[in-house]
Design a protein around this ligand. Structure first.
Ligand SMILES: Nc1ncnc2c1ncn2[C@@H]1O[C@H](COP(=O)(O)OP(=O)(O)OP(=O)(O)O)[C@@H](O)[C@H]1O
Ligand SMILES: [Mg+2]
Length: 186
């Protein structure tokens, strides 16, 4: 059944606005669970990469093949009996519908934080250039996941390790040994 307690997902999609901590949290979560980590950005077709490098924003038409490529990777991982944590902003419900495509073994992890906190983290981030106004537009675009999407929502106003603990606990996995269910299943 969808999202049944104790079901171990084959893929987690870690979503949120730019600077919410997707790469940081997805990487640490994958390490904790001994799952693989993937950055969703690497699935962009070359045409999108060229467009972004030229400083042009992507349209939703540009995004569909990218999201479908991530969905295909999710299917591959699950079919192979593997497990992955994928960082992908997935701000709109329609994007997440493509990524999850009705699978109960794919869960959304929503990194929830206030705009001032995220702005501060972006300002402190050294290796990225952030165009002014980007965070505003990200918050305008964001459609937080609804209950029907069965998301795991975590507050990002905490240390990386305690955010990872929170996600592992909400997944019903053992925080000390993330790959194992924390309770026996019938
Ligand atoms: N829980 C946390 N506490 C303190 N700093 C954090 C935390 N999580 C992430 N950071 C820092 O915040 C900044 C943004 O994090 P990160 O790059 O992972 O975000 P992102 O969502 O992947 O952004 P983008 O969408 O631009 O790729 C980084 O400098 C990171 O080290
Ligand atoms: Mg990132």
């Amino acid at each position: 059944m969808a999202g049944e307690a104790g079901e171990i997902p084959c893929a987690l999609v870690v979503m949120g606005v730019s600077g919410s901590g997707k790469s940081t949290i997805a990487d640490r979560l994958a390490a904790r669970l001994s799952w693989s980590y993937e950055d969703g950005d690497r699935f962009h077709p070359a045409s999108n990469v060229a467009k972004m490098s030229a400083g042009h924003p992507l349209t939703d038409e540009d995004r569909w093949p990218w999201l479908q490529a991530i969905a295909d990777e999710i299917d591959r991982v699950c079919k192979a009996g593997e497990h992955a944590v994928i960082a992908c902003s997935a701000l709109k419900r329609a994007y997440r519908t493509i990524l999850v495509h009705g699978r109960s073994d794919v869960r959304i992890v929503f990194l929830k934080g206030t705009q001032p906190l995220i702005a501060q983290r972006l300002a402190e981030r050294k290796d990225h250039f952030m165009p002014p106004g980007l965070l505003d537009s990200q918050f305008k675009t964001l459609e937080p996941p609804e209950a029907g999407e069965n998301p795991i929502t975590v507050s990002i106003d905490a240390s990386v390790e305690s955010i990872v603990d929170d996600i592992v606990r909400q997944l019903g996995l053992d925080p000390a040994d993330g790959a194992r269910p924390s309770r026996n299943r019938a």
